[in-house]
Design a binder for this molecule. Structure first.
Ligand SMILES: CC(C)(COP(=O)(O)OP(=O)(O)OC[C@H]1O[C@@H](n2cnc3c(N)ncnc32)[C@H](O)[C@@H]1OP(=O)(O)O)[C@@H](O)C(=O)NCCC(=O)NCCS
Length: 168
């Protein structure tokens, strides 16, 4: 793997983003769904984020720019005016590209974009057993501010949701 760059994702990255998403659906508790998505649905999600003024970032291999190594985005936290300065984000890295600093780079880029938009708070809602994501966030200065018990389920298990929060 060559040099990695974090860019605004385009439709050329939708297939790679879909593959990472579906791998997480099949194999992890990071997305609380057991249903895989399609490239078309992901393209629609990307377009909706862009239309709302929110970024979808992709980590790409500079030598193979359509190869998506990871992606991240943020959007509305809760859809009431009082939450207008808070966003909820997510970050995913392809299994073969993990532990190389890509998740941290995407999260850092999202924080910069949120700050530039005048956002004041970022929230990550993470499965409480996801030690990698919690460590990633804490290293970036996020604080674990609370856990909602048994609010989700997947693969027959009941799941707890941890809120990782950072004032920008
Ligand atoms: C969580 C995730 C995004 C981390 O991405 P990554 O590129 O592998 O992480 P980085 O290499 O940037 O690691 C940054 C820091 O996070 C922590 N971290 C990352 N992976 C970890 C792991 N498996 N175990 C413990 N800590 C981990 C470490 O503190 C690490 O710093 P270090 O390497 O100096 O020790 C990645 O594991 C992933 O995509 N997992 C599946 C999807 C997911 O859980 N997404 C988060 C949903 S909220």
């Amino acid at each position: 793997m060559g040099k990695v760059s974090i860019i605004d994702a385009t439709d050329a990255h939708a297939a790679g983003i879909t593959a990472i998403f579906n791998h997480a659906v099949r194999n992890t508790f990071s997305i609380w769904s057991e249903t895989e998505t399609t490239e078309e649905l992901r393209r629609g999600w990307m377009a909706a984020r862009r239309l709302a003024g929110f970024p979808v970032l992709a980590a790409i291999d500079v030598d193979a720019p359509d190869r998506v190594l990871g992606y991240g985005s943020f959007g509305v936290f809760r859809d009431f005016p009082g939450y207008v300065k808070t966003v909820e984000h997510s970050v995913y890295v392809a299994p073969e590209a993990q532990r190389r600093g890509i998740g941290a780079a995407i999260l850092g880029a999202l924080m910069m974009r949120a700050r530039a938009m005048g956002m004041e708070t970022m929230v990550g809602a993470v499965d409480s057993s996801n030690a990698a994501s919690i460590a990633l966030h804490e290293k970036a200065g996020f604080e674990l501010q609370g856990t909602l018990k048994s609010v989700g389920r997947k693969f027959g298990k009941r799941l707890d949701l941890a809120f990782l929060v950072k004032a920008l």
